[in-house]
Write a protein that binds this ligand. Structure first.
Ligand SMILES: [Zn+2]
Length: 342
C-alpha cells in the first residue's frame, strides 16, 4: 500500500480498510497472505485483482512491439519538430519516477502521426503523436476553466498513458479474456454434456425395450426412432454451439468494451493523481495546479472531435465504443480535481 499514489485523498475507504486494528491483521495474517498471493492489491487502485500475466511478459510484449508500432505510426518526426521530443522525454521521465508500480521500463517517443492521439504498450512503452502535440501547443483557449502550460498539457496525456501501464490494463484485459473464455467453454461443455446424456438415455431406453421385439421382427420402427433422436441430438448440440458463438461474438465483446471504457476512466483518474503527486514535488516544473490540465484536455478533445450531443445519443455511442465520451470524461475529471482539492 505504501506504493499507492495519493489514495489518502480519494480512496479513504480502502486506505482505512488496510490500516485498521493491527491485532485483527495479525490474527488474519495467514489468510491475508494467502489472499495477497491469489488476489494481490493493485499498486495503483488498491483493489484486489487476479494477477496471471507476470511483469516479465508485459515487458517482453512492450519491448518487442514498440519499434514496430513506432514505425507503423509514422516513425521519427522531422527535424523542425524535434523540440517536442525533449518535452515529452523530460515530462515523461519525471512522471515515471512517481510511478506507484516499480520495475517497468518506461520509454517515451514522439511519432510522425498527425492524428490527435497517444498510445501505450504494456511495460511502459509510450508514444505521443506529432499532430496532438502541435494542436495542443497552438490551442490557447481556456475552455472556461484554466489554460495550462504546454508542459502541463503534455503531462495530462502522459500521466494517462503511464497509468495504462502501471494499472496493468493490458494484463488485466488478457486475464479477463482468459477468464471469460474458460467460463464460456466450461458452461458450454456442461450444457452440451447434459443434452448429450439426455438423448443417449432415450436411445438406450428404446434399445433395451426393443431388443426382444427385434429378435422376432428384425429391423423395426425402433431403428427409425433412434435415428430420429440422433438427429435431434445433433441439431440440439449445433444450436448450443451457435448460441455460444453468438455469446462470444456479441455479449462477451460488449463486456470487453465496457471493461475498456472502465480502464480509460481509471487511467484518467489515477493519471491525475500521479500528475498531482509530481506537481506537489515540483518535478519538471509541474505544480499543485497542474493536474487541472486533465480537464482542459477533455475540452480540447470535445472541441477537436466531430460534433456530438451530450445526452442520450452520446451515451448510446459510448456503449459501442471502447472509449467513454469526452463529455463523460470531462465530468469525471472535474470530480477528481475537486477530490484532489478536498
Ligand atoms: Zn487511454
Amino acid at each position: 500500500m505504501s506504493a499507492s499514489v495519493g489514495l489518502d485523498s480519494l480512496d479513504k475507504a480502502s486506505f482505512i480498510d488496510e490500516t485498521t486494528s493491527g491485532e485483527k491483521q495479525k490474527s488474519n495474517n495467514l489468510g491475508i497472505q494467502f489472499l495477497d498471493y491469489i488476489l494481490p492489491r493493485s499498486e495503483v487502485t488498491g483493489h484486489r485483482e487476479l494477477h496471471l500475466i507476470p511483469l516479465t511478459v508485459e515487458k517482453f510484449v512492450g519491448k518487442a512491439l514498440y519499434p514496430l508500432y513506432k514505425l507503423q505510426s509514422g516513425g521519427s518526426v522531422p527535424a523542425k519538430y524535434k523540440r517536442y521530443e525533449e518535452v515529452v522525454q523530460r515530462i515523461g521521465k519525471a512522471l515515471a519516477t512517481e510511478s506507484p508500480r516499480k520495475g517497468l521500463d518506461f520509454e517515451f517517443a514522439v511519432v510522425n502521426d498527425w492524428s490527435h492521439n497517444a498510445w501505450c504498450l504494456p511495460g511502459g512503452k509510450i508514444a505521443m503523436n506529432l499532430g496532438m502535440l502541435n494542436a495542443m501547443e497552438n490551442d490557447t483557449r481556456d475552455y472556461g476553466d484554466s489554460l495550462p502550460t504546454f508542459e502541463e498539457k503534455v503531462a495530462a496525456v502522459l500521466s494517462h498513458e503511464i497509468t495504462h501501464a502501471t494499472a496493468r490494463h493490458f494484463g488485466r484485459t488478457m486475464e479477463f479474456k482468459i477468464f471469460m473464455g474458460a467460463c464460456i467453454k466450461a458452461t458450454q461443455f456442461f450444457i452440451s454434456s447434459y443434452v448429450k446424456s439426455h438423448y443417449d438415455k432415450k436411445i438406450e431406453a428404446i434399445k433395451s425395450s426393443s431388443s426382444t421385439v427385434m429378435q422376432v421382427t428384425g429391423m423395426s420402427g425402433s431403428d427409425k426412432k433412434i435415428k430420429e433422436i440422433e438427429k435431434q441430438k445433433a441439431s440440439s448440440l449445433k444450436s448450443i454451439q451457435r448460441l455460444f458463438n453468438f455469446f462470444v461474438r456479441n455479449i462477451a465483446s460488449g463486456i470487453g468494451k465496457c471493461k475498456s471504457r472502465t480502464h480509460e476512466l481509471e487511467a484518467d483518474k489515477y493519471g491525475m493523481i500521479l500528475l498531482h503527486q509530481a506537481g506537489k514535488k515540483n518535478l519538471a516544473g509541474l505544480n499543485t495546479e497542474s493536474a487541472r490540465s486533465a480537464i482542459w484536455l477533455q475540452s480540447f478533445f470535445i472541441q477537436h472531435s466531430p460534433p456530438s450531443k451530450p445526452g442520450f445519443f452520446d451515451w448510446l455511442t459510448s456503449l459501442i465504443s471502447t472509449h467513454p465520451s469526452s463529455h463523460e470524461r470531462l465530468a469525471a475529471n472535474k470530480k477528481t480535481w475537486e477530490a484532489l482539492q478536498g
